[in-house]
Every structure is written in structure tokens, then in C-alpha cells.
Design a protein around this ligand. Structure first.
Ligand SMILES: Cc1cc2nc3c(=O)[nH]c(=O)nc-3n(C[C@H](O)[C@H](O)[C@H](O)COP(=O)(O)OP(=O)(O)OC[C@H]3O[C@@H](n4cnc5c(N)ncnc54)[C@H](O)[C@@H]3O)c2cc1C
Length: 204
């Protein structure tokens, strides 16, 4: 599987902006999972299966394990920060949690800066990071809850700015399950967003 990003910076408070690599790890799969802490309304919810992705390389395993179930109509539900969902008491689905982390600079000129962002980054932390670098475009979208992967699906907006104003492409799994690049904004029924590509910002 090809990667766009060779190095990334994480937004953990402990290792903020340290350079690291998107190393594959084994797929984390759990059965009968309590998701009451996985949605901001804290609704009681037990999911049949939860698969957590921490590296895009795990997608090969995910597809190998679940393509057949999904083709046979087992629902697939993507859960990021859980701030815009109302979960049922029993979620009869394969719940996919994209938690890949990382931000990378993909282009920089006098007039623009392009960054790529993995879907598991916290949205507000990303805004704070870009502003701290002197890159402008996302600042009106500060304090919107959730993770970056949900942002293009929701086409988040505030104070006259929408994400589509600066987001050019996303990398996403489309149906039938295949990783590719699509122009934004995707819809939740069309794609599972794994990364933003080319968020174009203006240097200050
Ligand atoms: C207090 C509050 C304030 C808010 N203010 C704003 C605001 O100002 N502007 C605004 O636009 N929104 C706002 N929202 C809505 C919410 O923050 C956004 O919709 C946000 O993008 C949801 O992110 P999340 O990670 O919590 O997504 P979730 O709640 O986990 O998911 C939301 C939807 O996106 C889908 N999804 C999630 N991740 C992916 C992915 N990687 N690929 C494909 N589909 C995916 C899910 O299946 C679900 O349908 C607000 C919400 C709250 C609770």
C-alpha cells in the first residue's frame, strides 16, 4: 500500500510535534464494546464489533477480515469523536474507529502552505497547531468538537468559513472497499476518510 506521508508530527501533549513514522501495528478488534465513553452525550451503547485503526497499513488487514461481512450486509459504521451521533443501546455493526495520527507539510511557497492530516487528529488541536505556525485558513473553525476524519464528511463550518474552502482532497476507503483519493467533500455513505490531503493555508 503506498503512503503519501513519510514523516508526521503528533499532537500528543507529551510528544508534541516530535517527528515520527506511521508504523503499522496489528489491528485492534474488540467484541461487545461499551461505547458510552465514545460519544459525547454518553448514551449507553454496546457495539457488536469495534475495530480501531492506528495506521493506514492496517487497512489491508481490515479489508481482508471484513470485506466479506460487509458485502453480506453487515452494517459498517465509522465513529470518530462521537460528538455528532446518537448511538442506539445496541449497535449491530462493525464500528470502525480511524485513529491514525500525524500531520505533515506537503508543500510550502511564499503564497501558500499545504498540509496533510491523518483522520485521528483532534480537530481543535489541529487548528491551534496551524495558527501557532502562522498558517491561516482554519482559525474560524476553532473549538469545533471531534476528529479531523469527520470534518470533511460534515463539511464543518463556522463564522462564514467552511472546510471545503481550503481542503482539496481526501484519501478515503470507498465502496467496494478500496483505498483511493477523492475530491472533497465526501459523504459518509460514500467513503471512510483516512487522511486529508492538501489543506491549503496562507502563511502570515
Ligand atoms: C457543542 C458542539 C458544537 C459544535 N459546533 C459545530 C460548529 O460550529 N460547526 C460545525 O460544522 N459542527 C459543529 N458541531 C458538530 C460536530 O462537531 C461536527 O460534526 C464534527 O465534525 C463531528 O466530529 P466527530 O469526530 O465527533 O464525528 P462523529 O460524531 O464521530 O461522526 C459524525 C458523522 O461522521 C461520520 N464519520 C466520522 N468520521 C468519519 C471518517 N473518518 N470517515 C467517514 N465518515 C466519518 C460518522 O459515521 C457520523 O455519521 C458541534 C457539535 C457539538 C457537540
Amino acid at each position: 500500500m503506498g503512503y503519501v506521508m513519510t514523516s508526521v508530527s503528533r499532537l500528543d501533549s507529551s510528544t508534541q510535534f516530535a517527528m515520527t513514522t506511521d508504523l503499522p501495528a496489528s489491528l485492534l478488534t474488540r467484541e461487545l464494546v461499551d461505547l458510552s465513553h465514545g460519544n459525547t452525550m454518553a448514551l449507553a451503547c454496546v457495539a457488536d464489533t469495534v475495530v480501531t485503526l492506528t495506521a493506514e497499513a492496517q487497512l489491508d488487514d481490515f479489508m481482508a477480515n471484513y470485506t466479506k461481512d460487509i458485502a453480506q450486509n453487515k452494517p459498517l459504521f465509522v465513529l470518530s469523536g462521537g460528538s455528532n451521533v446518537l448511538l442506539p443501546a445496541h449497535l449491530n455493526a462493525i464500528v470502525l474507529q480511524p485513529q491514525m495520527r500525524g500531520i505533515s507539510l506537503t508543500a510550502q511557497t511564499d503564497s501558500y502552505v499545504d498540509i496533510a492530516v491523518m483522520a485521528g487528529e483532534n480537530w481543535h488541536d489541529l487548528v491551534v497547531y496551524t495558527v501557532s505556525q502562522g498558517w491561516y485558513g482554519l482559525e474560524n473553525l476553532a473549538l469545533i468538537p471531534g476528529l479531523t476524519g469527520a470534518a470533511p464528511v460534515q463539511n464543518i463550518g463556522a463564522y462564514g468559513v467552511q472546510l471545503e474552502d481550503c481542503l482539496q482532497y481526501v484519501r478515503a476507503i470507498t465502496y467496494p472497499l478500496k483505498l483511493g483519493i477523492i475530491s472533497q467533500p465526501p459523504t459518509a455513505s460514500l467513503a471512510i476518510v483516512t487522511a486529508f490531503l492538501n489543506v491549503r493555508l496562507i502563511p502570515g
